[in-house]
Design a protein around this ligand. Sequence first.
Ligand SMILES: Nc1ncnc2c1ncn2[C@@H]1O[C@H](COP(=O)(O)OP(=O)(O)OP(=O)(O)O)[C@@H](O)[C@H]1O
Ligand SMILES: [Mg+2]
Length: 600
Amino acid sequence: MSKGVTKQWPAVWPCSARPPHIPCVTQRAAIARAAIMNGPAITILRGLPVPQLAGLLMLMLGVALTEGVGILALVPMLALLGQAASALPSWAEPFARLVDLPMLLVFFVALVAGRAALQFALSLAQQRAQLKLIDRWRHEVFAALVRANWRTLSAMRRSDHVSLIVTSIDRLGYGFSNLLQIIAMAVTLGAIWIVALWLAPALAAVAVVGGLIVIAGFIPLKRKAHRLGVALGQRYAAVQGSLDESLRAMRLIKSHGREAAAIATMQGGMTELRSAQIAFHKAASRSRALLHVGAAILLATIIALASARDVPTSVLLPLIVLFGRSVPLLDALQQGTQQWAHSAPALAEAQAVLDTARAGAEPPVGDALPVVPRQSIALDNATIDHDGRHRPAVDAITLTLPVATTTALVGPSGAGKSTLADLFGGLLEPDGGDLVVDGKRLRGEGTVHWRRSVAYVHQEPVLFPASIRENMLWAEPDASDPQIETALRDAAAGFVFDLPSGVDTFVGDAGCQLSGGERQRIALARALLRDPALLILDEATSALDAASEAAIADAIGRMKGVRTVLIVAHRGMLTDLADRIVHMRDGRIEHVENRRKVVA
Ligand SMILES: Nc1ncnc2c1ncn2[C@@H]1O[C@H](COP(=O)(O)OP(=O)(O)OP(=O)(O)O)[C@@H](O)[C@H]1O
Ligand SMILES: [Mg+2]
């Protein structure tokens, strides 16, 4: 891309120095905090289809019910074993008369087997729901980013998105599975407490009140876990960001001898990430220890009360089993709540990016055919005014490119050449004025549609780690072999046919197995394969040697009178080809130098 964050701004952008219109990590965390208060649990559950949610709830209820009945079956079982049979509760007497011990044991085993089957189905259903949720969020965030306009994208940091899509959304899925666990746990706990209250109301009431106090104690822990979750999200983004930047800047790092600094930056980020993870683990372990101590105190109280009230063993034992089951459930409930609070900021983070990207969404144009201009491509009074800048990058410029002519834009750095080229290419929509093709003013959908007719070649061509053929087909998937060959020859890239594997030669990571000039000619061939109505070359030869520049200039020269070409360049072979040279400074046209007669 000709401009944007990566070009004019430092790679790693601290929040304090970032321009106000760019959401930095801390700002995003603030958005995250705001969103968490609005019930992310409800938001996330609403995303599930109703039948799926109902199915999950039914399975949870089934698991809870079988658990409660299983514990209840202990009462007649103990009575039949002769344990305090005289003190059997009245509801259990008919059962004890009707069934014998083997029957009860078979029933018990069948119940546990049924519960195991339900739990199996539940865990599978939960896993499916979790993976589906992750897939949906990944898809929505990525699709929203791809559909956002260039201005929105250039104000965002790429590595933040990688961190969001890869890490945060995974955390979100994990949080969601915790949320489902919380619901399942709460349902089971409810069932257990109902059974306990029925068995021995007074004693169970003590246990239930104790349990409710523990649950109330979760609230501050949840807030803390949420704060730690926000911090963790930031650290992940920072680590991923510095990793991404360093790997991209490896050549620079080596040539500047900055290896140690790069390793130290990465190490620093990892240390901070680890400390955020340990802080969360510490908080979770501390609360678990507190829960266990509290549970022991409560159990001791219940047993003391039971012995004072002469509660029969056949009731006391199941009650202790119920209590014993409640503690790990409460424990899991607490851990689940903390995990959820810890992961939930990822939802707000994803939502914030989604909202920003959707706010800058471009209208879809479906598979409309490219526009073929017959007369001219023009800008009428076009202005681009970036937030936080003293003057417009392009200031009310009116310029016409007659079809089949070559125009060069020259001027000092920052004059607005790339911005003007992006306006002609439909990548940017003017803040004021219009892009006019054959007299038709283009806006919104029209501008996006126009882009189908444009091809760019930049100073640093983007080649994918694939074969030359695949790189070409990326731009035009239906292109035939002869079309690929013609485009390569037109772009002065005939050298491809002398390579041992020809068009099937692997170009290496980012094209590193080709020279700069070869890469650039393949990028030009790929652009030509689209048969663009407007070809834009933004400093396409500034990094090349004279021979490579001459090869490209030769290719462009052969397009004269056939294709509309816009060249952004400092003086050189390419500008010499132009029918007209437009001199720019401070976002305006200083003067136009006509080389040949141009019919406007
Ligand atoms: N996304 C952006 N946000 C804010 N300002 C921007 C943005 N992109 C470009 N600018 C500013 O707009 C002005 C014109 O930039 P542009 O990239 O068009 O210059 P240029 O003439 O192509 O320069 P160069 O020869 O260095 O490539 C510059 O002052 C630049 O800092
Ligand atoms: Mg530029």
